[in-house]
Design a protein around this ligand. Structure first.
Ligand SMILES: [Zn+2]
Length: 255
């Protein structure tokens, strides 16, 4: 078996050669490692977006009034996000699913089912800002990068380790083999969740929305998702804990 130091040398060279590097997340200053270039990330977002539009053709933006609301709120939040490199789009999918997502590059999709928890514009802004925050902080690319690094390690360490961590190989196949999965199906980590909440609250404030409604939104989400459990629902891709509420309370006290 390859000695551990050789593994690190190889990994380091791989990271340098693939043009990846450490970068800081805007607003929180957390250091993250991204193994893909900016244009590749944008490309993956675009591909996934086209795929999702095709798959949801009949339900896409079919509710004009809801689409109008999502676009108005989305554009206000995008305006303060200050990312001229993003090509923003705001779409709705008229399905009962309690979920929403934003793909790399700023393609936002909100399921109509979210209205079970988002009772007013400030609450709808909470979930849109949260999703946009995931994209601004490159969470999809970071997650795919981690999977890739673990994957390289797995291959180098041989079949014995591969057998023990088959889930990593699956996630690489999902992240790279099928663009539509990036940022949609793989669950975010709790670190990413709290960071998206934190950045989302900043965006909400800057766009003129009431962050006190964010607390109500998450309470509504807890109730609505308790009633109906589905693999497509929000908490299956956005794991949560009590820290979320605590962090939002703290933000509201300080702002
Ligand atoms: Zn999230």
């Amino acid at each position: 078996m390859m000695k551990i130091w050789k593994w690190f040398v190889f990994l380091f060279l791989m990271l340098v050669l693939t043009g990846c590097g450490f970068q800081k997340v805007e607003h929180t200053n957390r250091t993250q490692l991204i193994t893909m270039g900016h244009s590749q990330e944008m490309q993956l977002g675009l591909q996934a977006s086209e795929q999702i539009k095709k798959e949801n053709k009949e339900h896409l933006n079919s509710d004009k009034e809801f689409t109008q609301r999502v676009q108005t709120i989305g554009r206000k939040i995008a305006a303060v996000a200050n990312r001229p490199d993003f090509k923003w789009e705001f779409h709705t999918i008229s399905k009962d699913t309690l979920n929403a997502f934003c793909l790399p590059g700023g393609k936002v999709f909100v399921y109509k089912g979210i209205l079970k928890a988002a009772k007013n514009d400030d609450q709808l802004a909470t979930v849109i800002a949260h999703e946009i925050a995931h994209a601004l902080a490159h969470h999809g690319a970071e997650r795919a990068s981690m999977n890739q690094i673990v994957g390289i390690g797995g291959q180098l360490l041989g079949a014995a380790v591969q057998a023990k961590v088959p889930q990593y190989h699956n996630s690489i196949a999902i992240a790279y083999g099928y663009g539509a999965q990036l940022g949609v199906v793989l669950p975010y980590s709790r670190t990413h969740e709290l960071e998206a909440d934190q950045i989302g609250l900043i965006l909400m404030t800057q766009a003129g929305y009431d962050t006190k409604e964010a607390l109500k939104f998450w309470e509504n989400m807890g109730e609505a998702s308790g009633k109906k459990q589905s693999g497509n629902d929000f908490f299956s891709t956005h794991p949560t804990n009590e820290k979320r509420i605590e962090q939002i309370r703290q933000y509201n006290l300080n702002n």
